[in-house]
Structures are given as structure tokens and as C-alpha cells.
Design a protein around this ligand. Structure first.
Ligand code: PRP
Length: 183
């Protein structure tokens, strides 16, 4: 499959097959770890929009314990390639007493996740876990304790599989690196 973008060159990084293989493993680990979860108080997946929507849809279908899903909207990049530190969390969630697993597409500086966890903790969940498809540790500025990581990735601008550059490339089934020197 070609990952040639409309406006920039995309260098393939992780194939769709590799992504799906890894997500199955993550779903198995999550299902094992939350094995005591009951239908009366199911695991709550909180998906960080927009980037995590595709990952979350695939991940949820690999989880075999009872779970429900809700969403929060957080945006830090705007139309740039650097995290701006402007994180806005909207949407009222019912979290108290729930086992919560935040589902994120990528943890970069860590600012978004730090702000999300700080906000969710005030709502007194029974537990709070973090699951990310991608972790970019070399870009970290704010400490984050990640419970489930799909792939460690280099400090480059990654697109595809839900992750955008200026709203483009979310539809790509695989992950690639955006080439900042368009051919
Ligand atoms: C991306 C990504 C994370 C955040 C990570 O979202 O989905 O939420 O940035 O960056 P950080 O660790 O430096 O805070 P983005 O702001 O691009 O919004 P989007 O998901 O709607 O595309």
C-alpha cells in the first residue's frame, strides 16, 4: 500500500497488520488485568478525541471483560506540529466509583495526559489507567505513568490511523512519519 500523502511525503513506520497484531495483545493484557470486572460496574474506556477514535474502536473489540465507552475532547496542536500546551477538556463525564482506562493515540510531551488525569482524579474513579497506542518518550516534558503502550516511536511527526497533521491523514490505515521537506 502506498502512503503517499496529498500534500507531503509520508514515510511508512508501522503497518496496519502490525498495528492490529499489537492491539490484540493489548486487549488480552487489559482483559486479564481487569478480569474481576463485573457487568454491574464495567470498565469505562475514556477515549481522547479526536486522534484516538480509530484505535479505541479497534481496541474495544479485543477486550473481553464488560466495558462501556465515553469520550473527552482534548486538543493541543491546533494546526502546528508542536504541542502548544493549550489543552481544553470539554464534556461532562460520570466517573465516580468506575474503573477507568484512558485511551489515547499518542503521548508526546505528556501535557495532555497530565491535564486529563488531574481532572479525572478529582472525579474519584475507583481506578485510573492509561493506555496509549504510541509513546514518544524522547519528547516528554511532563511525567506520565503509562499502563499499556502499543509502540515506542521516535520523536518525529507521526500521522495515520486516526492521527492527523492539520486534520489530514487520519484515514490512513497504517502509521507513517510526515516528511517536513516535501518532495
Ligand atoms: C494529540 C494526541 C494527544 C496529544 C499528545 O492530540 O492525540 O491527545 O496530542 O500530545 P502531548 O503529549 O504533547 O500533550 P491533538 O492535540 O493533535 O488533537 P487531536 O487528537 O484532535 O488531533
Amino acid at each position: 500500500m502506498s502512503l503517499e500523502g496529498t500534500f507531503n511525503t509520508i514515510v511508512p513506520l508501522i503497518s496496519a497488520d502490525e498495528i492490529h497484531r499489537r492491539i490484540k495483545e493489548m486487549g488480552k493484557a487489559i482483559s486479564n488485568d481487569y478480569g474481576t470486572i463485573t457487568p454491574e460496574n464495567p470498565l469505562l474506556l475514556i477515549v481522547v478525541l479526536k486522534g484516538a477514535f480509530i484505535f479505541a474502536a479497534d481496541l474495544m473489540r479485543t477486550i473481553t471483560v464488560p466495558c462501556t465507552v465515553d469520550f473527552i475532547f482534548a486538543s493541543s496542536y491546533g494546526s502546528g506540529t508542536q504541542s502548544s500546551g493549550n489543552v481544553a477538556i470539554r464534556h461532562k463525564l460520570i466517573v465516580t466509583g468506575r474503573s477507568v482506562l484512558i485511551v489515547e493515540d499518542i503521548i508526546d510531551t505528556g501535557l495532555t495526559m497530565q491535564q486529563i488525569t488531574a481532572e479525572l482524579i478529582t472525579m474519584k474513579p475507583a481506578s485510573l489507567g492509561i493506555c496509549t497506542l504510541l509513546d514518544k518518550p524522547d519528547a516528554r516534558k511532563h511525567h506520565v505513568d503509562i499502563d499499556y503502550t502499543g509502540f515506542i516511536v521516535p520523536n518525529t511527526f507521526i500521522v495515520g490511523y486516526g492521527i492527523d497533521y492539520d486534520e489530514h491523514y487520519r484515514e490512513l490505515p497504517s502509521l507513517g512519519v510526515l516528511n517536513s521537506d516535501p518532495a
